[in-house]
Design a protein around this ligand. Structure first.
Ligand SMILES: [Zn+2]
Length: 354
């Protein structure tokens, strides 16, 4: 799955995207036909269930991230079709496969190159579909495998040995660790450094990544970040898509919080989520909960839990669309009227596979 060999075609596509961008930018103009901007604000949404096939993602006690992400994604797509009959939904996968690759690692591929090809396929599909918004659905872990785990800590010291061999050693206490992390977080591609993109990404162009289990870290091998279309996409992202990515991410976290979920907020990463930076449109990766936490795992696998998450995401989409169209909606819970919080950028290091 190589990048398009037809930069011109892509340039035309990107110019189209820029036109839409400018059109919606001018939507505040009273002389501008609003039906046009309404039509353009949100026409195609691409839903990307994380992982798939040979890549299970993280796992809980009884479920795998790839399956939970797919179940939530399919429900999200159906709910979007119901709420926005004119919006086209495109999935990167609807079954247990690595998109564009299949269930298993094909002959001639390593796991690393198959993951990279899967990510490129996802991004290319989004770009070819001329999607206006890319939503990746994932589940998280807290850095420990699901299930009971031992934690050792030093509670004091004692002296052992005699004479010259006498020395101090720590006294350990061990206890059962608890998986308490819960809730949601949204990731967007970091774009706040001046002159990031082209150059910053290009420097990483040929890197090999050590841990192929990391989300989207499997990247550079197959994605030509120095190509003219990649540079142009990056510039467009900086101009417009970043703001919209942050807007949707903030609204989604706001709606999750209103539904009673904990929210860790909107986070930016400058590496690790290749699919976000390869997509020429606003793109957000939503971590819907922690499979490492047994209570969360039950919630994420339940009909009620999945439906609650989907309702929150659709609520966020309604507010997102309305905001782009110049008539922002209040939050879904109409009893309060707190304006959405501005995104508070924080910087997190990519942790274990998400
Ligand atoms: Zn994941």
């Amino acid at each position: 799955m190589k990048m398009s060999k037809h930069p011109l075609h892509l340039l035309i596509l990107l110019t189209g995207a820029l036109f839409c961008t400018l059109t919606s930018f001018y939507s505040g103009d009273p002389h501008h036909p609003t039906h046009l901007t309404q039509k353009l604000a949100l026409r195609t949404i691409i839903i990307d269930p994380g992982h798939g096939g040979f890549d299970p993602g993280t796992s809980g006690l009884f479920s795998l991230e790839k399956d939970v992400a797919l179940a939530i994604s399919l429900k999200l797509g159906a709910a979007i079709q119901e709420a926005f009959p004119n919006v086209k939904v495109v999935y990167t996968r609807t079954t247990d496969i690595m998109p564009g690759i299949g269930a298993d690692i094909p002959p001639g591929y390593t796991k690393h190159s198959a993951l990279a090809a899967g990510l490129n396929y996802r991004a290319e599909l989004a770009n070819k579909s001329k999607a206006d918004l890319f939503i990746a659905i994932h589940c998280d872990n807290d850095g420990h495998p699901a299930g009971p785990f031992e934690v050792h800590r030093i509670v004091g010291h004692k002296y052992v040995g005699k004479g010259k061999k006498r020395h101090r050693v720590p006294i350990y206490d061990s206890y059962q660790g608890k998986h308490t992390r819960e809730g949601t977080e949204a990731f967007i591609w970091k774009a706040d450094r001046s002159g990031f993109k082209g150059s910053a990404i290009n420097e990483r162009g040929g890197d090999e990544v050590s841990d192929s289990s990391n989300e989207g870290n499997v990247d550079s091998a197959a994605f030509d970040v120095s190509s003219p279309e990649a540079v142009m996409r990056a510039q467009l992202y900086e101009q417009k898509y970043f703001a919209n990515s942050a807007l949707f991410a903030t609204l989604a976290e706001d709606e999750f919080t209103r539904a009673g979920r904990q929210s860790e907020g909107v986070l930016q990463r400058d590496e690790g989520i290749r699919v976000l930076q390869a997509t020429g449109m606003p793109s957000v990766l939503l971590e819907t909960g922690f499979l490492s936490n047994e209570e969360e795992e039950k919630y994420l696998n339940s009909e009620d839990g999945q439906n609650e998450l989907v309702r929150a995401m659709v609520g966020a989409l309604k507010r997102y669309k309305a905001t782009l169209e110049g008539h922002p909606l209040p939050e879904t819970d109409t009893t309060t009227h707190t304006p959405p919080k501005a995104p508070k950028p924080t910087y997190s290091n990519p942790t274990n596979q998400r």
